[in-house]
Design a protein around this ligand. Structure first.
Ligand code: LLP
Length: 432
């Protein structure tokens, strides 16, 4: 149990609110976000990712989970946020926060997205490929605007995480390889473009990474490469962005490094490498997403039916599934489940928690010992705060669940449950 999750006389409580009351008020499935834990995580990053030798910058990766409430938290705690699409840009803008907090990513930014960045006045754009340099420069010229940019590098590190969420393998679609024989030319192109202000290099080696050595290695390469380029091209490079990817605990076998320890270690590693290379850097950024919101999220479902199959698999069927949490089906992700209204009962039933979608892979947790459940019990899946809501779909025309923030005994509806009307609002009859 994370953050403010408690067993209150047999009932799971989060943020001082009983989950049974939450489902009564908001229905199921329901994403519950522990506001205090999100705030604590942000404060830890701010406190421990600090150095006397350079400024630091925390950029929350909004793809992990984005809504107005999250943007309000970003502003309140004075950190920054990234975006990778027109939709994320629009969502952030509509929250009303200062767009100078926004850093724009994406490996295939459209003209519209680049225009939006300039019109909205984002802080910086992280260039992914050569075409983007020209596209962006042309847009700047048209709008008579300059923009700060970084260049995303592929530094060739294979972090040990699920294949789909590794991003810096040589074959990765992201960034430009430091081994590319045109890399110098590409950097020069940016530097010489008067519409672009080159800030430095970015890398992101993958997601859900537990090995600290992968980050040490990334720092070493980034510092070395920055030094090399600054000498070769005789320029001052003020910034480095190391991306995110810090792993969290989902289930047995996960071995995350706590934020305090990890950030202290990364700062030390940065300072040592900068010292070794005799490189002066003004600002270092990181982009944590999952590690800020994952453990703060719990999904509540209602049990609708149970089934024992011919081979003795015991299923509990819940009223959501791969539509609100695609991660088990997509990455074989493992989760912990609890029976939220029977926390004091003995866990003596071996079950699999399956969703209601027409898909055999729609099983959220396979083979877990839980309390004996009956129809209408509440099953909680822990640590669903990242890449749950943000990857939700309408498969089988299921509606995206509501998101409620909880803190100090109060609940705040952050995203309303999708309505039936919203499901069909873009459907048009065709003239046949
Ligand atoms: N920065 C960049 C450039 C990224 O591409 C990502 C994640 C992050 C930061 C944040 O990474 P985090 O701290 O959240 O690990 N859907 C997958 C994760 C995909 C991550 C994509 N990029 C999942 O559910 O595991």
């Amino acid at each position: 149990m994370f953050g403010t999750m408690r067993n209150n006389v047999g009932i799971l409580e989060i943020g001082g609110v009983k989950t049974t009351s939450l489902v009564e008020q908001y229905g199921t499935p329901l994403y519950v976000m522990d506001l205090l834990l999100i705030e604590e995580n942000i404060l830890k990053y701010k406190l421990f990712f600090q150095s006397k030798h350079f400024k630091t910058n925390i950029i929350y990766a909004s793809k992990a989970f984005l809504c107005k409430g999250i943007c309000q938290i970003i502003e309140k705690y004075d950190i920054n946020i990234d975006a990778v699409s027109d939709g994320e840009l629009y969502s952030i803008k509509s929250s009303g926060i200062d767009m100078q907090r926004v850093h724009m990513h994406g490996n295939n930014k459209s003209e519209t997205e680049l225009e939006m960045c300039l019109d909205y006045g984002v802080k910086s754009i992280i260039i992914d490929n050569e075409e983007e340099i020209e596209k962006l420069s042309k847009n700047c010229q048209l709008k008579n605007k300059k923009i700060q940019v970084m260049l995303r590098l592929n530094i060739g590190i294979e972090a040990h995480t699920h294949e789909y969420i590794q991003t810096a393998k040589h074959s990765s679609k992201f960034g430009i390889s430091i081994l590319d024989n045109r890399i110098e030319e590409i950097i020069k192109k940016i530097i010489e473009d008067e519409n672009l202000e080159f800030l430095g290099f970015h890398c992101h080696i993958g997601s859900q990474i537990f090995e600290i050595n992968a980050f040490y290695e990334a720092i070493k390469i980034m510092v070395k490469f920055t030094k090399l380029v600054s000498e070769k091209l005789d320029i001052i490079i003020p910034e480095i962005n190391l991306g995110g990817g810090f792993g969290v605990f989902y289930s047995v076998g996960d071995t995350p490094i706590d934020i305090e320890y990890l950030m202290t270690a990364l700062i030390k590693c940065l300072e040592e490498n900068l010292e070794k290379e005799q490189l002066k850097i003004e600002k270092i950024s990181i982009e944590p997403g999952r590690s800020i919101v994952a453990n703060a999220g719990t999904t509540l479902y209602r049990v609708g039916a149970k089934k024992k199959t011919f081979d003795d698999t015991n299923y509990i069927f819940v009223d959501g599934g791969m539509t609100d949490n695609i991660r088990p089906a997509l990455y074989q992700a493992k989760y912990i489940a609890l029976v939220a209204n029977k926390m004091n009962d003995i866990k003596d039933e071996l079950v699999s928690v399956a969703g209601k979608c027409c898909e055999s892979s729609d099983v959220i947790v396979k083979g877990i010992k839980l309390q004996k459940t009956v129809v209408d019990d509440i099953v909680a899946i822990c640590s669903t705060g990242a890449y749950g809501h943000s990857m939700a779909s309408n498969y089988n025309k299921l509606r995206v669940p509501a998101v409620v923030f909880v803190k100090n005994g109060r609940s705040y509806l952050g995203i309303k449950r999708e309505t039936y009307e919203e499901l069909v609002k873009n459907d048009l009859p065709i003239d046949i």
